[in-house]
Design a protein. Structure first.
Length: 385
């Protein structure tokens, strides 16, 4: 990449675990100088997952490459003063502390933007605004439950359940990266920074309602809040003779071609399946027809037949299958990097390209406080006692 989009942008990152670190990882991937502020104990993600050495666990190594680590004790006056001085020379500050904790640490927008109105201050919070939950602690499970995401799973599995993914954390981080990008653009126009709040629960709620607002879009409602196809308990990879295959027979043409493929012209003529509206009303029957057909052949046989017919399909991957997936291998999804203390690490490269190029992996995730002296010295910050 000739010139990374965020080259010259300094981000002071006081986030922990996944939500903030994932967002600042995206900024680092595209050229930002991300300075990770850690307590003397370090980000708790340093102990999250398998590790070869203490404080360098898998999740930390993945979310914090491309960054530099500075240890500051924000419970002390010296630590808070150093944070303020460091932010006075920065473009962006991000944290995911609760409001009262941020104020105690001198990490609130009022403190850090004083005398430096150009600073973009981004706070990732569990719940926003003045609601009764605004000061609750929030982890991914809490947000999935509060946002309706766990409730939507109930439609499919018959009981409340969480998505097996830190979805809330990563959507919050992604949203923070987007909001910071927007604020940086606005600053080039009017010179002003910003105080940004990213409330995880409201963000995940809106994310989930894009399709599921459905009949509740209208006042009065024209139906329930549920997109039937997405919520169907039959919506799952279909079993084949030797595995599973994801298939979405969707358009009128797709269904006509599928009925031809399985030699069922009678179904093509059936008015129940003629339009999207009619098919939605008979969705479970159609899922059953597809399921009955696919179990008669192997995954690769059906994949080839559906591809030839122009019907969307792809072989089903379990997580362990991803490491040998032919598509991911062909596009260079996986990369190895050498870490000075942890050896060879497998990482996924950022898939986004600029002018046909992906950004590199950058520097390996830092040891706790590895860059404290360098960063504070170069920024002209008085080192805490």
């Amino acid at each position: 990449m000739q010139r990374p989009p965020f080259e010259g942008v300094r981000v002071v990152d006081a986030t922990t675990v996944v939500s903030g670190p994932y967002g600042t990882l995206l900024l680092a991937d595209f050229g930002a100088d991300v300075v990770k502020i850690e307590s003397p104990q370090g980000d708790s993600a340093r102990d999250l997952g398998p590790r070869a050495h203490p404080g360098m666990a898998a999740v930390f190594l993945t979310c914090n490459r491309g960054k530099r680590s500075v240890v500051l004790d924000l419970t002390t006056d010296d630590g808070r003063r150093a944070l303020k001085e460091l932010c006075d020379g920065a473009d962006v500050f991000v944290h995911n502390m609760r409001t009262d904790a941020a104020a105690r640490c001198g990490a609130d927008a009022e403190t850090l933007r004083a005398g430096h109105a150009e600073l973009i201050h981004c706070a990732i919070r569990g719940f926003g605004g003045d609601g009764p939950y605004s000061d609750l602690a929030a982890y991914d499970d809490i947000v999935q439950a509060a946002s309706g995401i766990a409730g939507a799973q109930e439609w499919m599995v018959g009981e409340p359940s969480y998505v097996a993914n830190a979805m809330a954390d990563k959507i919050a981080g992604l949203t923070a990266a987007f909001a910071i990008s927007a604020a940086l653009h606005r600053r080039t126009i009017d010179g002003d920074g910003a105080a940004i709040e990213v409330p995880m629960t409201e963000m995940l709620t809106s994310f989930g309602l894009v399709e599921h607002l459905w009949g509740r879009t209208f006042v009065p409602p024209l139906g329930e809040a549920r997109y039937v196809r997405i919520a169907s308990p039959s919506r799952r990879p279909f079993a084949t003779a030797d595995g599973h295959l994801a298939v979405v027979v969707y358009s009128d043409r797709n269904w006509a071609d599928f009925f031809t493929l399985i030699d069922r012209p009678d179904l093509a003529a059936d008015t129940r399946y003629a339009t999207l509206e009619h098919r939605t009303a008979h969705l479970e029957e159609l899922y059953g027809i597809v399921a009955d057909a696919l179990c008669t052949g192997t995954t690769q046989e059906w994949f080839a037949r559906l591809q030839a017919a122009g019907i969307p399909a792809v072989p089903y991957n379990r997580v362990d299958d991803l490491f040998d997936d032919p598509h991911l291998t062909a596009v260079g999804f996986w990369e190895e990097m050498e870490h000075p203390t942890e050896g060879t690490l497998l990482q996924y490269a950022t898939p986004i390209t600029f002018d046909g190029e992906k950004p590199g992996l950058g520097r390996p995730a830092p040891a706790l406080g590895a860059d404290t002296d360098e960063v504070l010295r170069d920024a002209g910050v008085r080192k805490p006692d």
